[in-house]
Design a protein around this ligand. Structure first.
Ligand SMILES: [Zn+2]
Length: 372
């Protein structure tokens, strides 16, 4: 079982870091180039991947030889940011943690050598360490059993691998950042959320504290109830480019009134701040409101982390200006929530992404006088 102390934080493991010799495979590669991967470990690798748990490698070996062996065994693609070399394993695990931008408490480490586990546990006490013989039990442990497995968790590894290739290419790209964005062939899809998509939306609103306009987390059941409500729109934004999927990157909760649309929530993933996803979604909403002939109202509550979103709202033109349409939603927002206002005009479509989005005006607002 786990070597970590009982006070170790609970919660799901986001990345399992594998030792190779006598842990991932039977044998020591330097002594036997035909080390064997057991069927049980192959199934474990595939099973963790399907649950959205990333996997990496931390091994004392010659990098090129070990990586060639992982390829020959048909599993190299399952491992991100591998660390194969001769330094202390705690340093290697720390580098993996930093490259993934994960908290150490979300990392697990499996190694057959008690001394290696002790060295990692000493320097990184939050990392959960497992002995090689525990491998058979991992899939049944709660920390390796995420509460929900969404479309995005199933493709998480692909998304990270695309992200690393994208970053590498951006570092080599000589032109402007606008030119780089154009070169990505980005397609942004905004769509009405389906029942199936709501779990990825909830995951997104939990992870997006920097880019959440109100700092409010809408639980799954609240959004699910609003799906059926004709006066509300729950919209999910996904983004893909030539490197691969970014997954769900934004969520919008909008309530339609007679004279104004009330934007109650806009949250976008921190991963796509550089792509201006928040601004593109806002710009599209303003254009839709202009087409529908309604004003736009938006809740905003400053938190100590969402300054970027405030800039996006102000840049879109939302402000404190008085207007009669405010009466339609007065009192519906919480304490210390600002209700910002905009009189919309048509907006040009984005130049850096191809936008595929529904026509929001096609769902009639509730008739005046009827309760919500
Ligand atoms: Zn107004």
């Amino acid at each position: 079982m786990s070597d970590t102390a009982p006070e170790a934080p609970p919660g799901t493991v986001k990345c399992l870091v594998w030792d190779l010799d006598n842990t991932l495979w039977h044998g020591t590669l330097l002594e036997d180039e035909n080390v064997v991967l057991s069927e049980a470990n192959r199934e474990l690798i595939i099973g963790l991947d399907a649950r959205g748990i990333l996997q990496s490698v931390c091994s004392r070996n010659d990098h090129d030889i070990a990586w060639a062996r992982l390829k020959a065994l048909g599993v190299a693609d399952y491992f991100v940011v591998p660390e194969i070399g001769w330094g202390p394993k705690s340093d290697a695990v720390r580098r993996i943690t930093e490259r993934l931008d994960f908290a150490p408490g979300t990392i697990a480490f499996i190694d057959d050598q008690p001394a290696e586990r002790a060295e990692v546990a000493f320097h990184l006490p939050e990392v959960r360490c497992y002995a090689a013989q525990d491998a058979a039990t991992l899939l049944s442990l709660p920390e390796f059993s995420p509460r929900s497995v969404t479309v995005d968790s199933r493709q998480r590894r692909t998304m990270y691998q695309a992200g690393f290739r994208r970053t590498d290419e951006r570092e080599r790209f000589a032109g402007s950042s606008e030119d780089f964005l154009r070169s990505l062939d980005m397609v942004m899809r905004i769509g009405r959320a389906t029942d199936d998509e709501l779990s990825r939306v909830e995951e997104l609103t939990l992870r997006t504290s920097q880019m959440n306009a109100t700092g409010v987390h809408y639980p799954d059941e609240v959004l699910r109830a609003l799906l059926a409500c004709p006066s509300h729109e729950v919209l999910v934004t996904t983004l893909t480019d030539r490197f691969g999927p970014h997954g769900a990157v934004g969520v919008v909760l909008l309530e339609k009134h007679e004279r104004a649309w009330h934007l109650k929530l806009l949250a976008t993933s921190c991963r796509v701040v550089a792509f201006g996803a928040g601004t593109i979604i806002l710009n599209w909403l303003v254009d839709q409101a202009a087409l529908a002939g309604v004003h736009l109202l938006a809740d905003f509550r400053a938190t100590d982390r969402n300054r970027v979103m405030e800039i996006a709202y102000r840049f879109a033109g939302l402000d404190e200006q008085p207007c009669g349409c405010r009466d339609e939603v007065s009192g519906s927002s919480g304490e210390d929530v600002l209700l910002l206002h905009l009189t919309p005009e048509r907006r040009e479509p984005p130049t850096t992404v191809r936008l595929i989005a529904p026509d929001l005006a096609d769902r009639a607002p509730p008739r005046a006088g009827l309760p919500d």
